[in-house]
Design a protein around this ligand. Structure first.
Ligand code: MEV
Length: 300
């Protein structure tokens, strides 16, 4: 039996706009999906003790398994449909687990491509930011075909789960509709979001969490405007007001999780703390930190 692990992610700035060409700033977090792989007579994926449909995983890992069958057992610390990148972490952990089982060492670009294939099946038009954050780890400034790893110490984020579950692909389609009805406004939002992600990455590098928090607050307003926030998300953010440097939904929205950077000593009782900027799946499983230049080449 062979095991592999991949971290979940948060998007700090730039979700949805990244689908339309801007940068996003994301980070791996210390919540993991672990997959155990073994030889089997047919393809089976077991999660929470039950066999579940996972054709997209088996179809994409076929580049490694080449028609040989496997049993995958999933252990998860990441809620599904909550904006924390569970699907990307599952496909990366599954791909690495089967690679180890068949004694293949895929280079990072192949791991990226296989996981993107699984993501496409679920989200139709993924930007790749979830896969990049989970695979490369740390803080990533991501744009389609471009990746920079930001060198910075991990940062603690508060995560509050609205417990509203949703499907990323539906929200991405909703945003596309907004864009079609408001092309000029949307183009401006994409451009400001792009700049805030780049500036946010610099602020992370400089340890200026207050600045990151302000960009998060502005981003939340943008996300409300394009129709992916909910009254529940808004009420969580209102509750956090004054206790955090910034708060926003993370990932596709329509529910899911709120992330916030707490002020020291605020006595917050809601949610749970995560460490953002931890090692990515590649380092966890192969013991090698990917360097920024390698990473940029790999995703391009
Ligand atoms: C989902 O975690 C992030 C989105 O921007 C979709 C994507 O980038 O593929 C909503």
């Amino acid at each position: 039996m062979i095991e592999a692990r991949a971290p979940a992610k948060i998007i700090i700035l730039g979700e949805h706009f990244v689908v339309h060409g801007s940068h996003a700033l994301a980070a791996s977090i210390d919540r993991y999906i672990t997959v155990t792989a073994s030889y089997h007579s047919s393809d089976v994926l077991i999660a929470s003790g039950k066999a579940v449909k996972a054709e997209h995983i088996f179809n994409s890992v076929d580049k490694i398994t080449r028609g040989r069958h496997v049993k995958l057992i999933v252990k998860s610390q990441v809620p599904n449909g909550a904006g924390l990148g569970s699907s990307a972490a599952l496909s990366i952990a599954s791909t690495i687990a089967v690679s180890k089982l068949f004694d293949v060492k895929p280079d990072p670009s192949l791991l990226f491509d296989i996981s993107m294939e699984a993501e496409k099946y679920i989200h139709r038009n993924p930007s790749g930011v979830d896969v990049a954050a989970s695979l490369y780890g740390g803080f990533v400034l991501f744009k389609r075909g471009e990746l920079r790893i930001i060198k910075a110490q991990p940062i603690r984020f508060l995560v509050v789960d609205s417990r509203q579950r949703r499907i990323t692909g539906n929200l991405v389609s909703r945003v596309k509709e907004f864009m079609e009805h408001n092309p000029e406004l949307f183009a401006s939002l994409v451009s400001v979001s792009d700049l805030m992600s780049i500036k946010g990455a610099q602020a992370i590098e400089n340890g200026n969490v207050e600045q990151v928090g302000s960009y998060m607050n502005v981003t939340q307003h943008f996300l409300e405007l394009i129709g992916v926030s909910t009254p529940k998300i808004k009420s969580i953010i209102e509750y956090l007001n004054g206790k955090v440097f910034g708060a926003k939904l993370t990932g596709a929205g329509g529910g899911g999780c709120v992330i916030a950077i707490p002020r020291i000593g605020n006595g917050l009782k809601s949610g749970y703390m995560v460490k953002a900027g931890v090692d990515g799946a590649y380092k966890i499983n192969y013991g090698k930190q990917l360097e920024p230049s390698t990473a940029a080449d790999d995703v391009a």
